[in-house]
Write a protein that binds this ligand. Sequence first.
Ligand SMILES: [Zn+2]
Length: 89
Amino acid sequence: MDIQHDLFGAALAPIVDDPITEPALLPLAAPCGFRNRKNAPCQRLAYRPLRCDGKHLTSNGRPLLHCVMECFNGPSAEDLAVQLEKAIG
Ligand SMILES: [Zn+2]
């Protein structure tokens, strides 16, 4: 049988504030937004920061990256994996 502890008998441990860590905001690619025209995950070719007057542009706190137009128009990452699988085996 469990003993019910009351809160007034023993001193409680001091409350320690846990540091709140902000989750890292994932970048967003322009123009693809990491989705190709079929709304499938794109090849994620974005790597250069999108800048205007030397300032790195963001969208709702997310850094914007350049993605090549072929990424948006081209096959998705899954399509490339299937093509690679066919080519190898
Ligand atoms: Zn892309």
